[in-house]
Every structure is written in structure tokens, then in C-alpha cells.
Design a protein around this ligand. Sequence first.
Ligand SMILES: [Zn+2]
Length: 120
Amino acid sequence: MANTLVHILNNECPQCHEGKVFNEKSIFFNIGFPKMNASCSHCNYKFEKEPGYFFGAMYVNYGLTVAQAIATYVIAQFFFPVAFDLRIIPIIAFVIIAMASFNIRFSRLLWIYMFKNYAM
Ligand SMILES: [Zn+2]
């Protein structure tokens, strides 16, 4: 389980862990839309199994974003005198925007890993 998370964060192919899913050095610091490889350069595992395959990754992305927004609120509220201070909202917005690029890549990798055992 922890090993799988390492493979996901290293942008590795779910089947052979040799090839890369995204044609980028790191999934952490990137601006712009992700550049995905069509298939693994090492084992030829096809990442996008059907048209619209990554539509479901959008829901994973939504879940990640909400979790990060809640975590940001929980941390930020300690720095304000009242529990619900409106000044927390721009902080949450900043975190969501800052994490968006990572979330796109991370959610697609999670989606690929979730369904790697289902042949289509
Ligand atoms: Zn592979």
C-alpha cells in the first residue's frame, strides 16, 4: 500500500514501474495541462483505455480538492481569533489554486492505479 503510493508519486507505470505515465520530470511542480504518454515506453501498457477514461479522475480530483480545502481550514483556524473568520476563504482559495496542477496529475495516476487490474 505504502509502496503503491511511492510508485504513484514517482509517476511510474502501474504494470512495470519502469516507464513514466506523464512525459514530465516531476508531477509536483508543473504549470499547465499535463502531457501524458499514450502508453508505457517500457511494457507498452495503455494508459487511456478508452475515450473519456479520465472523466472519472475528475471526481478523484474533486475529492482531493475538498480534502485539501478542509485541511487548510482546520490548520488556518488556529491563527484567527474566531473559528469561522472570512479571511480564511482567500487562504483556502490560494491553496486550491496552488494545488490544482498537482491534483490533475495525482488524480489521473490514482485512477490508473485503481483500475490497473481490470482488462478492457
Ligand atoms: Zn510499463
